[in-house]
Design a protein around this ligand. Structure first.
Ligand code: FMN
Length: 277
């Protein structure tokens, strides 16, 4: 919700809220953020106030905020994901979609381990779909052997779209102490370093499924956003860039028409998935 105090939400297409869990989570030990030469390593560990707080205190304040609102859910079991969906279902009037986060690298239970196996993703998405009519977007990790296969499993099980990619599992080391830069030891890498990885994932999943994709991973400006669209993203999300300056969101929106023209397009929709190979 801090973002609502930093930018005018009616100037962006939408927001994806931080992943929420069934019970409140304190997150991982500090330090949780380490800035590398080309991106950010984080190990926040899904700190959040829990789904009941989100439903009672945060989502109602976002009603009529002027942009699409997506919740993001993360469970430690299939049952938890289903219960989260059930609790959010009554907020259909506020939520444009629910992102199923099966790709968080910073938690001991759940997270990325759910996203690694086709069968688990399929059964989890089916389970969630039984409890909500809000459109589902499955958020995948690049750290799998064949992301397109996981994407197909998610879509065939009821995901209307995909969100790609989450942070890439990584490690930073302080050589003077021979210790990890992060309290949680491993972290997730985001920002410019992962953009080429993300573009490849978006292109592969676009070709395999054709469903709407929210692309993320190193979008720092409008040119990055257009590159994601050419790879097949219908929308892009911006994380790391906003840590530095939340107004980057405005710059991307304002610059988009000019950058689209550079690519020979008048609208975003006509450029989606048009990569020439
Ligand atoms: C500090 C931080 C916290 C994040 N928390 C979440 C989260 O709660 N749920 C989630 O699905 N992704 C989370 N992400 C991943 C981002 O949503 C995004 O997928 C990733 O950072 C790549 O985009 P970017 O390079 O624009 O940051 C987080 C990223 C950062 C840097």
């Amino acid at each position: 919700m801090e973002i609502a105090s930093l930018i005018d939400l009616s100037r962006v297409g939408g927001i994806i809220l931080k992943s929420v869990t069934l019970n409140p989570r304190e997150g991982n030990p500090f330090p949780r953020i380490w800035e590398t030469s080309c991106g950010v390593l984080n190990s926040v560990g899904l700190e959040n106030p829990g789904v009941d707080f989100l439903v009672d205190n945060i989502l109602p304040r976002l009603e009529g905020c002027g942009c699409a609102v997506f919740a993001s859910i993360a469970g430690e079991s299939e049952e938890e994901y289903a219960r989260l969906a059930e609790k959010l279902n009554s907020l259909e009037a506020i939520l444009s979609g629910i992102e199923i986060n099966v790709s968080c690298p910073n938690v001991k239970k759940g997270g990325i381990e759910f996203g690694a196996y086709l069968e688990t993703v399929a059964s989890l998405v089916k389970g969630v779909k039984n409890y909500t009519s809000i459109p589902l977007f499955t958020k995948l990790s690049s750290a799998v052997s064949d992301i397109a296969k996981v994407a197909v499993a998610a879509v065939e099980s009821g995901s209307v779209g995909l969100s790609l990619i989450n942070t890439v599992p990584a490690l930073g080391i302080d050589h003077t102490r021979r210790k990890s830069r992060l309290g949680g030891v491993y972290g997730g890498l985001s920002g410019p370093a992962i953009k080429p990885v993300a573009l490849k994932c978006v292109w592969e999943c676009f070709r395999a499924t054709g469903v709407p994709i929210i692309g993320s991973g190193g979008v720092m400006n409008a040119r990055d956003a257009v590159e994601f669209m050419i790879a097949g993203a219908r929308a892009v999300s911006v994380g790391t860039a906003l840590l530095r300056d939340a107004r980057t969101a405005y710059e991307i929106v304002d610059e988009l028409p000019r950058v689209l023209r550079e690519s020979g397009a008048l609208s975003a929709s006509e450029i989606v998935g048009t990569l020439k190979t």
